[in-house]
Design a protein around this ligand. Sequence first.
Ligand code: ARG
Length: 457
Amino acid sequence: MAKMWAGRFQKEESKEVNDFNSSISFDGVMFEADITGSMAHASMLGKMGIIKESDSKLIIDTLADILSDIKEGKLELDMEAEDIHMFIEAELTKRIGEVGKRLHTARSRNDQVALDIRLYLMDKVDEILKLIKEFSKTIIDLAEANKETIMPGYTHLQRAQPITFANHLLAYAYMLKRDYERFIEAKERMNYSPLGSCALAGTTYNIDREMVANTLGFNGIVMNSLDGVSDRDFTVELASAASISMMHLSRFSEEIIMWCSWEFKFIELDDAYSTGSSIMPQKKNPDICELIRGKTGRVYGDLITLLTMLKGIPLAYNKDMQEDKEAIFDALDTLKDCLKIFNPMLKTITVLKDNMYKAAQKGFINATDLADYLVKKGMAFRDAYKISGSLVSYCINNNIVLEEVSLDTFREYSKLFSDDVYDEIKLEKCTFKRTSMGASAISSVEAQIDDLKKWWK
Ligand code: ARG
């Protein structure tokens, strides 16, 4: 196909160069953003008298036809085209000849692509925001159903203190809330129109950049023409937000993988969301979680791709920047896919409350509470800590738990012990008396759920 720039050249470019240069195989997905941007541009050109109003109208109507033809599958993208922008413009010119050639007045592909990618990504972000909210709703529903489900809380993967499953889950709901806010903030910062920057230096035509920005729903315009066509910091921010979100999903996945193992058996995945082994008949594998954990690395890779691609290029546009698309599309699509599958998987888990409870009964998870008991009777915490530690050691030697120590033995360690100690170190008491803000007590968990529900509104 003869290139738009053929005038300057004596030879046609080779097929290899065309294929190497072409981006339509991955920027074709931006066809709607490209057409929407062109319509706004054409409308401005007409209103400002840069092209005839009648030409502007014909361009806009034809672009609308092209859009619906692509959507309905009547028009296929030509993979020989250099990119989506060239394809649409060529199609427009094919349909309306001379008039079509007027669209690219006071515009360059440099500001065009900078506009398209912003429009396209902002829609993608909206999809992600919706998915994050839906997923957090599932987490909160599960927490609501498990306000009384006691489990061991861990540090260093050692049983530490008793918590409720609800409180554990809500930690992830709060992480997702921050992920959500990060995407909102990134979107806010990228919501400015670069169109009218033209190639890099602006234009001598009497354009109205604000008009285009308003038509397209932007908050305003990118004020510097070189900045408008040169920076892709918004892709870096989005990839960073996606990486952080994937990191959260990956940690959650890792916990689910552990909880499914026979060593824990805290939950069971629904058959529909697990896989079997080709050789070991007993296996039920948490493949989805492992894939989410694995795909996290690939999203981090996308972030590094973008940062590295940008770090050494001089202003203004350089073709390196075409590499932004595959990386940022992949990062956001991967996050989207992971959120989409995680949600129904979590919705359908079976919580094995008895196993959680039994695990909490072991591991001297109430040793802190035993120390706190002595503190409440007047002892300094450091001394109480020592006595509680000695009693744990006594229990290990005698293969019993703290609840089974006789009162006489307790009193050998401290005369402050009396009969009420047994009630104080009961698992239920240790869990539900933690009424501080953010803790596992039912009131504390309910306060968190209320707080999270406010975020939805
Ligand atoms: N396909 C190009 C990209 O994605 C469009 C911009 C091309 N501009 C240029 N001066 N070659 O970056």
